[in-house]
Write a protein that binds this ligand. Structure first.
Ligand code: COA
Length: 384
């Protein structure tokens, strides 16, 4: 396997984008990535998209988007692992360049969710239909069960969960592309409407439209793409686990995240304490806490205390979700995993402006599908 670099990044604004179509979202992000790379070459594409069919009635997404981007006949494949579709697309693009098959591959992610009449039902197709969804449970409900288990086992408090959302909105207020670019308080989270006890509106990532794209290339091509410091992908992993919550031995643990992270640390030759900046899949506040523990950033049951101590905030010892995370930035599901790599690249190039993590050199992106049955981890190293 050979070295792979991120040479271009692009991302639309995330939010309720009534005047931009599904295909236009993708094209906007992809063109921004080509402009950023300052080159036009492309050998193939992978597109993360959880459910074009249910959200906008569109399947055969790869062909549609390649055609509309003016890139036929290059091979283009849509990748689906629920909310981890974006991370899986980045991994496929990485593998294609690393194997030597291609020199330049685009990993994109796109979702247009706000046009759908029943987003909650569409999202629930990523859970176990027979054993979970048929019983009436939705994703907020499933994560609420995980939150209750964490609170029961480790005495994690309602306020500690709220602090995750407060911190991510604080970061998101510094990112011009976020859906909700404003600060919130713990009191506002605790007073927001109940969605699935104990999770309230401000514990939840929103329903969003948006797209993101990253262009990956071999070292030879990356050295020709001038303009930005180089960012190398030093690990790309994926793990699969039990789909339904009731089949897991511990509702507070995310085995797939743990596994994908352990293999990623081995690939990169690093330990968790060497990561300078992290993007995690905070689809609900409890998710960020469980993911931190699965990544080895904290012992089981200790992550919430680190959040409370401000360690995961900009300026803390382990800044997490400097982009605003899914909570503040928005969560167009297929795009989120790609957008995480966009944020890490900004950070590792030291182009983060007011939300820049000083001296950031190693970044980790963790993206997951469902309640964690699929997880991808990417570790990037900046050479700024
Ligand atoms: N965070 C902050 N504000 C939010 C929000 C969120 N997650 N979701 C909605 N809002 C705001 C809206 O902008 C709107 O504000 P306005 O009245 O000023 O316009 C208000 O809250 C009501 O919005 P609405 O769209 O009516 O909310 P809803 O009740 O239909 O949906 C959720 C709220 C939380 C149920 C929905 O966002 C949701 O399902 N989120 C989870 C998505 C999910 O499961 N993703 C997959 C994860 S695995």
């Amino acid at each position: 396997m050979r070295d792979v670099y991120v040479i271009g990044i692009g991302m639309t604004h995330f939010g309720e984008l009534w005047d931009t179509s599904f295909r236009d979202l993708f094209v906007e992000a992809a063109l921004e990535a080509f402009g950023d790379a300052n080159m036009d070459r492309l050998d193939s594409m992978y597109i993360g998209c959880m459910s074009g069919g249910l959200f906008v009635g569109q399947e055969h997404v790869g062909a549609l988007l390649a055609d509309y981007l003016g890139r036929v006949p290059i091979p283009t494949t849509r990748v689906e692992t629920a909310c981890a579709s974006g991370g899986a697309a980045v991994r496929q693009a990485y593998l294609e360049v690393a194997s030597g098959m291609s020199e330049v591959v685009l990993a994109g992610g796109v979702e247009k969710m706000t046009d759908s009449a029943d987003v909650t039902a569409a999202l629930a197709t990523a859970a176990d239909q027979e054993y979970e969804v048929y019983q009436g449970v939705t994703f907020p409900g499933l994560y609420a069960l995980m939150a209750r288990a964490h609170m029961h086992t480790y005495h994690t408090t309602r306020e500690q969960l709220a602090l995750v959302a407060v911190k991510n909105h604080h970061h998101g207020a510094m990112n011009s592309k976020t859906q909700f670019p404003f600060e919130i308080t713990v009191e506002q989270v605790l007073a927001s409407s109940m969605v699935a006890d104990p999770l309230r509106l401000l514990d939840c990532s929103p329903v969003s439209d948006g797209a993101a794209a990253v262009i990956l290339a071999s070292e030879e091509v990356a050295k020709q793409a001038k303009g930005h410091p180089l960012v190398r992908v030093v690990a790309s992993t994926q793990a699969t686990g039990a789909m339904a919550l009731h089949t897991r031995t511990d509702l507070t643990r995310l085995d797939t995240v743990e596994h994908s992270a352990q293999v990623a640390y081995q690939q990169a030759g690093i330990t968790p304490d060497q990561v300078d900046v992290t993007e995690v899949h905070d689809c609900f506040t409890i998710a960020e806490i469980c993911v931190m523990e699965a990544l080895g950033y904290a012992e089981p049951g200790r992550a919430a205390a680190l959040v409370e101590a401000g360690e995961t905030r900009l300026g803390g010892s382990m800044p997490i979700n400097t982009s605003g995370g899914l909570k503040s930035k928005g969560h167009p599901v297929g795009a989120s995993g790609v957008a995480q790599v966009v944020e890490l690249t900004i950070q590792l190039r030291r182009e983060g402006g007011t939300r820049q993590v000083e001296g950031a050199r190693i970044g980790l992106a963790q993206n997951m599908g469902g309640t964690g049955a699929s997880s991808t981890v990417h570790i990037l190293e900046g050479q700024a």
